[in-house]
Design a protein around this ligand. Structure first.
Ligand code: COA
Ligand code: AMP
Length: 641
């Protein structure tokens, strides 16, 4: 039905990339404008890790902006800021965006920020967030964007880990009708953190005036008024472009490091070969700059490709209605669109017949990509039916930085299968291994792993903790990168992702660690022990629920405890975690040696079949937990067992 996309053969390209990665990626690297082209394609870094293009020199902001101006695209729109929550739309041509970025790079330079220094960006979805990121890249500083929904404690953890010289923030973010003042959150985080930040630069928005009362506070606009533009500085391919913290299995987030060279080659490749867009076309990813999708496909990827990108400050619904996505596509002639399935579940709930779609001309749209969480078949079918264009579910992670599996629309079109994330992308040798490390056959479930070397663009280390990188990703199955997802490959080579095999959950497309929430819940004076698990949710995919044991002798009404714990998780992690339910238990399922059986609890919560482990001390508790989670019951279970 959708033939005519393919120009070469996927199988040929895939096997070329695996048989001779060096030649394949050397060829792809020619598509970007290096200051100094790399002569070494694949080598080892000082951690003995695979490293791409080590002696290449480039600048990511130059590639995103100046390069296109040199190519004659200076007047073309580079970025559209579309904000239904403030009723604002503005556009920046490549020249205008380059000038803004160069001047803000001057601000950072004036504050003493130089190559290798870290800058934390805690900002909502406004153009200045992208400008700040690109300004860091321009001077070789390493940005670390923290999602605006994170509470001060989480921001403080990231400040202490990244040790930035400067923090950049806006006076507020806007969530539907409510305005969230950011500066008090930043002040609180700075109070909690041990690291001393030198400057806090605040962009005043008209909705809230932040108080700039601390010695380190600076006004964005005043600094900008005095700043001189700065030219891009060459950096090494292996120099970090950014750190993006992501949830792991413990409460402490992992600082995923992204290099400059591999990232630029991989993203440029993905825009051509996977998303099939060309310079001058409009690419829209509705996500947030605080997540990897925002980094790769709102800011860097589309700009590297010379596309127009859209920064949308709104929600799929209620800003003002469930037709807002269709309105943006029609207004800006979007050619390729990417968002999380949750967004469409919200739209479908409010407008099940997609009646609002009829109000807009969305004929510019060629392909829709979804990722970030599992797409349920009903939503997938609904999208196919209402849009009549290819709907591609594709799969990747913060760590990989770009898709691992997809329909490669710029290589060859293969019919998607509902429930599958399609085919491994050239460069990724995706395999399914059993726990014992044996390769699984078609249809057999196991750990989804990627045989080393990873292609360009994937994380080379965890910021400041290479051992954690080795432990988290490379030690489970030696010679393979461990994705943390379980799944299988069918007889046609299509990959199916069945969910995480660790303590990471995915709430409305947001990745969260249950360990992070457990730390908060366990800190309540009435709580003796707890386990937080992800429970299936029709709208948000998963939501967390806490299994809680109350301390002996403490008498607290379950509803009151639940309210207090919900308030604590909102205050310490963020409201977007959607922690709303606890179940009081007498005991947690444990091995006889006292280890909590998290894997079984997870399976119960996911309503997946589970085997009662031989080592369990009390099998009855499993049925009780299953019933309680299913019924959403707060109350004491397991009494007397
Ligand atoms: N800053 C501050 N608070 C935030 C926030 C942010 N950036 N993002 C979410 N929150 C808050 C919300 O205001 C809400 O607070 P409340 O409990 O006081 O109402 C809470 O976190 C839960 O938010 P959410 O789970 O997003 O639910 P919602 O009902 O507010 O919105 C959707 C539902 C579907 C509109 C929303 O989840 C959405 O847009 N999802 C798509 C997410 C996405 O694009 N992910 C892509 C990652 S690739
Ligand atoms: P993040 O690092 O926030 O992008 O989250 C990555 C995780 O989200 C993956 O490890 C998966 O568990 C999940 N994920 C991402 N895309 C998909 C998808 N298309 N289908 C199923 N799960 C997905």
């Amino acid at each position: 039905m959708f033939s005519g996309y393919g120009v070469t053969d996927y199988k040929k390209e895939y096997s070329q990339a695996l048989a001779d990665p060096q030649s394949y990626w050397a060829e792809q690297a020619k598509n970007i404008a290096w200051y100094k082209a790399p002569s070494t394609i694949l080598s080892k870094d000082s951690n003995d890790n695979d490293a791409w293009f080590v002696d290449g020199e480039l600048n990511s902001a130059y590639l995103a902006l100046d390069y296109h101006i040199e190519q004659g695209r200076g007047e073309q729109t580079a970025l559209i800021y579309d904000s239904p929550v403030t009723n604002t739309k503005s556009t920046y041509s490549f020249i205008e965006l380059r000038d803004e970025v160069a001047r803000f790079a001057g601000v950072l330079d004036g504050l003493g920020v130089t190559k290798g220094d870290r800058v934390i960006i805690y900002m909502p979805m406004i153009a200045e967030a992208a400008i700040a990121m690109l300004a860091c890249a321009r001077i070789g500083a390493i940005h670390s964007v923290v999602f605006g929904g994170f509470a001060p404690r989480e921001l403080a953890t990231r400040i202490d880990d990244a040790t930035p010289r400067v923090i950049l923030c806006a006076s507020c973010g806007i969530e539907f009708a409510s305005v969230i003042a950011y500066k008090p959150l930043v002040d609180e985080a700075l109070k909690i953190s041990e690291h001393a930040v030198e400057h806090c630069v605040v962009l005043q928005r008209s909705q809230v005036a932040a108080e700039l009362g601390n010695d380190i506070d600076r006004d964005w606009q005043s600094l900008l008024a005095d700043a001189a533009p700065v030219d891009p500085v060459p950096v090494l391919s292996s120099d970090p472009l950014y750190i993006l913290y992501t949830s792991g299995t413990t409460g402490k987030p992992k600082g995923v490091v992204r290099d400059n060279g591999g990232h630029a080659v991989a993203l440029s490749y993905s825009l051509r070969k996977l998303y099939n867009v060309k310079a001058g076309e409009v690419f829209w990813a509705a996500s947030d700059v605080g997540w990897v999708v925002g980094h790769s496909y709102i800011v860097y990827g589309p700009l590297f490709a010379g596309c127009t990108t859209i920064l949308f400050e709104g929600k799929p619904v209620r800003t003002p209605d469930a037709g807002t996505f269709w309105r943006v596509i029609a207004d800006h002639g979007v050619n390729v669109f990417f968002t999380a399935p949750t967004a469409f579940r919200a739209i479908k709930k409010e407008d099940p017949d997609a009646a609002l779609l009829k109000d807009y001309d969305v004929s510019s749209l060629r392909t829709l990509f979804v990722a970030g969480e599992r797409t349920d078949p009903a939503t997938y079918e609904w999208l196919c039916q209402i849009l009549g264009i290819p709907v591609i579910d594709h799969w990747w992670q913060t760590e990989t930085g770009w898709p691992v599996a997809s329909v490669p629309m710029g290589i060859e079109y293969s019919e998607p299968k509902a429930g599958s994330v399609a085919l491994p992308v050239p460069g990724f040798d995706v395999q399914i291994l059993s726990e014992a490390g044996e390769r699984q056959g078609a249809g057999q479930e196991g750990d989804v792993v990627i045989k080393l070397p990873l292609p360009p663009g994937c994380l080379p280390t965890v910021w400041g903790d290479h051992q954690r990188y080795l432990d988290a990703y490379l030690s489970e199955h030696p010679g393979y990168y461990h994705t943390g997802d379980g799944g299988y490959v069918d007889e046609d080579g299509y990959l199916y992702i069945m969910g995480r095999t660790d303590d990471v959950i995915n709430v409305a497309g947001h990745r969260l660690s249950t360990g992070q929430m457990e730390e908060v819940v366990a800190a309540h004076p009435a709580v003796a022990e707890c386990a937080v698990v992800g429970v299936e949710d029709r709208d948000k995919g998963q939501v967390p629920a806490g299994l809680v044991i109350i301390k002996d002798g403490v008498n607290i009404e379950p509803g009151k405890l639940q309210d207090e714990l919900v308030a604590m998780v909102r205050a310490e992690v963020g409201a977007f975690a959607n922690f709303k339910q606890i179940v009081l238990v007498q005991r947690l399922p444990k091995t006889r040696s006292g280890k909590i059986l998290r894997q079984v609890i997870r399976k119960i919560a996911d309503r997946k079949p589970y085997e009662t482990p031989a080592t369990i001390d009390d099998p009855v508790i499993l049925h009780e937990i299953s019933d309680a989670l299913r019924d959403g019951k707060i109350g004491l279970i397991g009494e007397g067992s």
